[in-house]
Design a protein around this ligand. Structure first.
Ligand SMILES: Cc1cc2nc3c(=O)[nH]c(=O)nc-3n(C[C@H](O)[C@H](O)[C@H](O)COP(=O)(O)O)c2cc1C
Length: 303
């Protein structure tokens, strides 16, 4: 059997397939459709210091080959996350990566500190790239702020830190390098692309927030290129995200340089999508006699 084991800095995973933040909630609903313990890791919905109600509906709409969302980081806040959600999530024998977001650099430090004291948290993913809240993109569009926020979180925790970056920038490699310089153990590429849709009958935007984040198959080639470009310049592992619907999509990301991937929008179409990606990846590796996923990572041939 091929080895799917992968490593993100100090974080070891049994396989490279995880859920994408915000598309898996805190696991309770998805557990009805899949055995969560087969995943490489679970990434839960962004947690903030205070509870957030999110934006007014409508907050999602379907687009050609994808969807727009402007949820606005609805979540129960870190205190209730720790008492109400974490006990459920920590029962699975799979690393739990808690995705956190703050309005200030200090918020990230305080969240990192609070979560580091909890059993069952394997790593933190810093959401410095949410397009659907005021100032949500401030950090990930500025290399100086990216480095500062990562360094601040780094100083506040012993846990591995993953910086989740925005594709809504001119040159994502500059931001990825800044995250590495700040001490990130890995970077996640990418969060959603800012977009919008209009109802031609009412002439109103389809989302109450007017704009939202585009995800799904429509963004896959864009996300793949972001991973490929960052793989050329970074010394830390990359997590590929964007439009991964099946094993073939995931394999493209591995070949382009990702050490792991996250499955997001696909879960809304098929709740068990992430597990199907694992099965398809195993079959592909057997077919091509690839002994370890590590042989696949960054194996792209461009000459
Ligand atoms: C409904 C929805 C909610 C999301 N919420 C979050 C979130 O809370 N935090 C975050 O970092 N990313 C969030 N994302 C972004 C996803 O984690 C992922 O980066 C993005 O959707 C691209 O992957 P995909 O094309 O596989 O969905 C959300 C995406 C969707 C569709």
């Amino acid at each position: 059997m091929a080895s799917l084991a992968t490593q993100l800095g100090p974080l070891k995973l049994q396989n490279p397939i995880m859920t994408a933040s915000g598309t898996f909630g805190y696991g309770e609903e998805i557990a009805n459709f899949m055995d969560i313990s087969h995943l490489g890791a679970v990434v839960c919905k962004t947690v903030t210091r205070a509870p957030r109600a999110g934006n007014a509906p409508p907050r999602t709409c379907e687009t050609a080959a994808g969807m727009l969302n402007a949820i606005g980081l609805q979540n129960v806040g870190v205190e209730r996350f720790i008492t109400e959600k974490l006990p459920y999530l920590r029962q699975f024998a799979v690393p739990l990566i808690v995705n956190i977001a703050g309005e200030t650099i200090e918020d990230f430090g305080l969240l990192a500190q609070a979560l580091s004291q909890q059993a069952g948290v394997a790593a933190l993913e810093l959401n410095i790239s949410c397009p659907n809240v005021a100032h949500g993109l401030d950090f990930a569009t500025d290399p100086v702020l990216t480095e500062q926020v990562v360094a601040h979180a780094r100083a506040a925790t012993h846990l591995p830190i993953i910086a989740k970056l925005s594709p809504n920038v001119t040159d994502i490699t500059l931001i990825a390098r800044a995250a590495e310089a700040g001490g990130a153990d890995a970077v996640s590429l990418v969060n959603t692309f800012v977009g919008m849709a209009v109802n031609i009958h009412t002439r109103r935007p389809r989302l109450s927030n007017i704009s939202g984040g585009l995800s799904g198959p429509a963004i896959k080639p864009l996300a793949l290129r972001a991973v490929y470009r960052c793989a050329q310049v970074l010394g830390i592992p990359l997590i590929g995200i964007g439009g991964i619907m099946n094993a073939q999509d995931a394999i493209e990301f591995f070949i382009a340089g990702a050490s792991a991937v996250q499955v997001g929008t696909a879960t809304f179409v098929q709740p068990g999508a992430a597990l199907e990606v694992i099965q398809g990846l195993e079959s592909y590796m057997d077919k091509y006699a690839i002994a370890s996923i590590k042989e696949l990572v960054g194996s792209i041939i461009t000459t």
